[in-house]
Design a protein around this ligand. Sequence first.
Ligand code: ADP
Length: 609
Amino acid sequence: MVPRLRWRIALPYVLLILAATLGLTVYVSNQVREVRLADLEAQLAADARLLAGSVAPALEGATNAEALDELARRWAASLGARVTIIGGDGIVAGESHEDRSQMDNHLNRLEVQEALATGQGSSRRYSATLGYEMMYVAVPIQGAEGQVLGVMRVALPLDEIEAGAGRLRQSILLAGLAVALLAALLAVILAGHTTRPLRQLTGVAERIAAGDLNARLYSSGRDEVGQLTRAFGHMADQIRDQVTTLDEEQARLSAVLDHMADGVLITDANGHVRLINAAAARLLDTDEEQALGRSFAQVAPYYPLIELWKGCRAGPGHGEEQVDLVEVSRQGLFLQAIITPFPQAEAEGCLVILQDLTRIRRLETVRRDFISNISHELRTPLAGLKALVDTLRGGAIKDPPAAKRFLKRMDAEVDALTQMVEELLELSRIESGQAPLRLAATPVAEVVVPALDRLRPQAERAGLELNVVLPREAPPVLADAERARLVVTNLVHNAVKFTPSGGRITVAVEPVEDDLLFSVQDTGVGIPAEDLARIFERFYKADRARSGGGTGLGLAIAKHIVQGHGGRIWAESVEGQGSTFCFTLPRALEREAPGDEDRVDRSDSRKKR
Ligand code: ADP
């Protein structure tokens, strides 16, 4: 168990108090014993002196030994002590407790020697006969002339004094222990009180470590603990501020990474993915959870990419940036990968940046296709013109009826060229936003009727029936009238072109939710299913043999105009039975009164609604 601080503080005091108590007990009881022994000695000496004075005449006379024994016994009884009368020659003359005849010469006893030499002697000895310690006090017995007649010795057993000293020691010890206990209790309480702020501080530190950055302990104390508490609070504030700043930076960084169009991926020294942003996950067709911790080759299983990454990690180009274009074939992606050595702690990792160039690549393809298409489209009428010019120059010019015919054909070719150039210009203007839509509430009839009027003669010449179905009270559309008319014209013109004589073309308009649905239905040749999705592309012609003088741009222009209005355009067809082209235009709101013309950019048209 970890020793608690309160015990580490309290225990030395408790031990000290116990040691002091014990020491004091021993010292005091010894002192008391010594004082009592000195008192006893003085008492015994006084008694001995009294007895010596009383026994002197008897010793001087010829008193018999039994009488001295008797005297000794009487005195002993009244004093409660042992009395021994020793003659000048050391022979015991009278004894209260022992058999005198068994006793040896006492002249060499310490107390006797001392008494003879100094006038009083004492000795403490263990009496083997009695089995306990005795105190002997002796004084000389002097005759009438001052001559020494013998020695009077009084003795007392010390066991009582020892017992008294023991009792005293016990009481002192008990009292000392009680005091020590109290003092120990006090020491523990005080130590507990002193260490309480430290315990609280520990609790707060543990809460902070567990994530509660606002945990604090307030102290107004001026002592060390108070200072420690304040310093700790200050430190916690700093840590919280730093953690908050780090969190914010982290959040900013992840926001940037997540919203970046480029894919970012970091691998560690072992080649495992440590970070992957949303774009990289999308480009590599994985997700963050799957990718993290797996090897780069597993996350990006594309040979050129892995080779490039390996090149950054090892080999002759180690430590150098690697840049290359990589085709991720399975997903039809075309990526530019930039792989840079990236130090992480002490180990080298790699920073992989993936830029999606698919769109740019596609645009490049479109541009290339466009140029090749346009050259192809121009070549036919130009070759025709060239042939006609050559024919004229070759002599046909001198044959007026033939020359006239050739000139008419040349005129038609030039018209076709002019139409194509105009359509191209129109398309490019719409695409580049240079020709903003002039949106206004426009009655449906204004869109449909003029277009039909223009094409009616052509339809009649082709032997086609042209019908219009307009609702009686159709709401107006929010549209650029001229452009909307162009859409209808293109669709009806196609219907006329691709419907054999005797067919029928029906143009209808009906309100659908917030829009108006325009449809142009014919009973013509129809469009093969595989072409249906592509006919709105530039220059796309479903059936080149039958498309006649078309440029393949009409539907592309129609699509751009309709989408510019925020509408949709599509086609339905069954080959050989006819086609239906539909498009929607937004309904004008009431406040957008007819004639309330408004110049808006194409991109704004939806927002305005
Ligand atoms: P074009 O100037 O050649 O008509 P469009 O973009 O208008 O160019 O049309 C593209 C192609 O879509 C046409 O060449 C034709 O193959 C097909 N198409 C368009 N309208 C119809 C229709 N009503 N019936 C059959 N095919 C059509």
